[in-house]
Design a protein around this ligand. Structure first.
Ligand code: MHF
Ligand code: KIV
Ligand code: MG
Length: 254
């Protein structure tokens, strides 16, 4: 049975941790799905790990749709969620509904994710949900704001922590089905996880979240660099380099 949004909700209450990873293409999506991952995010981090950009800002809605379609073709069990990229939803609620709608019309996505919890974004998210599209919130480190906030840990002062808690409540009011918490203190993530009725998915946010997500290229050792919170489970860069060197040697020996 494919994972559903309703199931995520149930797992929070049963305290069954949700295992999530990002995917960028058909091959990776298929492997993650077969390995038993619960949720696959086509994250805008693909700008960096798949397209080689310096940050997530350059990736377009067309890029996201192309990659989401490819991932969708490879999965049969995991819940597919897609990031809305920078400037495809910040301009106006109308723009956001159009962009979100394209994701649902053109891919197999079951939900989308948007960064931010400031008043205008709460209003936008409310409208997208009213239009029938499930939204995952994203608070803490929001990489589309890199030029304003960098990649630092967020919510470290009392005021900053209180603002994130306030925004989490507002997002829940707006109707989000889950909340991603990125690079915030573990205690703050634990508090939010207790406070909100929807599942929290953490990345660099401690062990108390209802689920965990990492960028798959970091987990597999395929990225140029990775955040301090990402655990490399295998160094595929070395594995691939050795295999290709072996191949080169074989070809040149003939
Ligand atoms: N490969 C990859 N993995 C990711 O997890 C990821 C991306 N790319 N791209 C989009 C965002 C950017 N992310 C990042 C990037 C850097 C840090 C990092 O180095 N944080 C340091 C402080 C850095 C600073 O002060 O500038 C930290 O201690 O949290 C954290 C998250 C998470 N996301
Ligand atoms: C939080 C993460 C996993 C994300 O948004 C991304 O990969 O783009
Ligand atoms: Mg993202």
């Amino acid at each position: 049975m494919p994972v559903t949004i309703a199931q995520l909700q149930k797992w929070k209450h049963q305290k069954k941790p949700i295992a999530a990873l990002t995917a960028t293409d058909y091959a990776i999506g298929k492997l993650l799905d077969k390995a038993g991952i619960d949720l696959i995010l086509v994250g805008d981090s693909l700008a960096m790990v798949a397209l080689g950009y310096k940050n997530t800002l350059p990736v377009t809605l067309d890029d996201m749709i192309r990659h989401a379609q490819a991932v969708g073709r490879g999965i049969s069990n995991a819940l597919l969620i897609v990031d809305l990229p920078f400037l495809s939803y910040q301009v106006s609620p109308e723009q956001a509904i159009q962009s979100a709608g394209r994701i649902f019309k053109e891919t197999e996505a079951k939900g989308i994710k948007l960064e931010g919890g400031y008043p205008e974004m709460i209003n936008t998210i409310h409208k997208i949900i009213q239009a029938g599209m499930p939204v995952m919130g994203h608070l803490g480190l929001t990489p589309q704001s890199v030029h304003r906030i960098g990649y630092r840990v967020q919510g470290t002062t009392t005021d900053a922590a209180d603002l994130i808690i306030h925004q989490a409540k507002e997002l829940v009011e707006a109707g989000i089905f889950a909340l991603l918490l990125e690079n915030i203190p573990a205690e703050l993530a634990a508090k939010i996880t207790e406070l909100v009725p929807v599942p929290t998915i953490g990345i660099g946010a401690g062990k108390s979240c209802d689920g965990q997500i990492l960028v798959t290229h970091d987990v597999l050792g395929l990225s140029d660099w990775q955040p301090p919170f990402a655990h490399k489970y295998i160094d595929l860069s070395s594995v691939i380099t050795e295999a290709v060197q072996q191949y080169c040697q074989d070809v040149r020996q003939i």
